[in-house]
Design a protein around this ligand. Structure first.
Ligand code: G3H
Length: 338
């Protein structure tokens, strides 16, 4: 991270890139069109080369770096998806979601009067009601992972019922998982039908389609699955559950955001992107932000079109912002939810 500001310098963040109105996902879907699906190509070495340059492409320092990190924080789906989750843990997570920056850090950044929150809180269905109660009045949506998360192999009707139950319990966002077998078998019709049925079951809730890219074997499959999920009407495409062997990576993200761009150029429809799983440092987060800015533009830096699915990223961002305003690093356990 860059050197801390001197006491004489103002630590205020003046460059939060959110003066413009946010663009929201707008994707009614289209009938299944296999031509662009089959046309998806992925040049592995070119993608890897491009991905390798992303973390170093921009030199962002001082208040500009702090502004990027505050924006990253606002895009976090603050997540807990563990077998030992409890109502108490979810309530603490929601308290952190409401006030993700310690008051003294927010004050030093000149953000005390701005209502800075994370993008959403993401939990299992079991905790949707708890999270909705804890977030009441905050405007922060609750996202529920659904459809047999993480494997997505429970009976189809059960998966639909799970979506409906989470929406009825108050979830404003539903993160579904696709059946990886449909992708591995090239059964695009089955994938399209599944995602479309899930979208219908979501009703007014926003849907994110988790492709579980670590299970899809090739980047070409990632591109094809992205295209089919968008044609079926998903509002976001999301990389991973966080439970696959490999989760969000920059090469996978490049393929997915380029599919978003191609789909938008072909249809005019707008789809968001959520890298998730294994993103735990401010530096990682900024590499994904640079990717979004360069591939899709500033509209995709806003929480309406960009989220990080992350359980521990917030702690590092808060730590880096504390360093920016004080010149000292705190230990991780100094920050709540570390
Ligand atoms: O969707 C979110 C992921 O499950 C979070 O993954 P993580 O615990 O590696 O940050």
């Amino acid at each position: 991270m860059s050197a801390p500001v001197s006491p004489r310098e103002s630590a205020s963040v003046h460059h939060l890139p959110n003066a413009r109105p946010e663009v929201h996902p707008d994707n009614p879907g289209i009938p299944l069109d296999l031509e662009p699906v089959r046309a998806m190509r992925a040049n592995l070495s070119a993608i890897q080369r491009r991905a390798a340059t992303l973390p170093t492409r921009r030199t962002v320092k001082k208040q500009w770096q702090a502004a990027w990190l505050v924006k990253a924080l606002q895009c976090i789906d603050l997540t807990t998806l563990a077998g030992d989750d409890t109502e108490g843990r979810v309530r603490r997570l929601c308290a952190k979601a409401r006030q993700p920056l310690r008051a003294d850090i927010a004050e030093a950044l000149g953000l005390a009067d701005r209502r800075i929150t994370v993008g959403a809180v993401c939990v299992y269905h079991r905790f949707v009601e708890t999270a909705c109660q804890a977030l009441e009045g905050s405007g922060i949506p609750v996202a529920a992972v659904s459809t047999g998360f993480p494997a997505g192999l429970s009976p189809f009707e059960t998966r639909l019922a799970e979506i409906e139950a989470s929406v009825a319990a108050g979830a404003g966002e539903i993160d579904i998982v696709i059946t990886r077998e449909h992708v591995l078998n090239g059964n695009w019709q089955a994938l399209y039908d599944e995602v479309k049925a899930f979208k219908q079951a979501c009703g007014p809730a926003h849907m994110k389609a988790i492709l579980a890219t670590g299970d899809l074997k090739t980047l070409r499959n990632v591109g094809r699955a992205s295209m089919v999920a968008m044609q079926a009407g998903t509002d976001f495409i999301k990389t991973s559950t966080g439970k696959e062997g490999v989760n969000a990576t920059l090469p996978v993200a490049l393929v997915m955001v380029r599919a978003i761009r191609a789909y938008r150029e072909a249809t005019g429809n707008v789809v968001g992107f959520k890298p998730a799983g294994g993103i735990s440092t401010a530096k990682d987060a900024m590499a994904f932000q640079f990717l979004m800015k360069e591939e899709l533009g500033n509209d995709w830096l806003q929480p309406s079109l960009f989220r990080f699915g992350a359980s521990s990223l917030l702690a590092d961002i808060e730590r880096q912002l504390e360093y920016y305003v004080t010149g000292r690093y705190a230990s991780f356990d100094h920050h709540a939810m570390a």
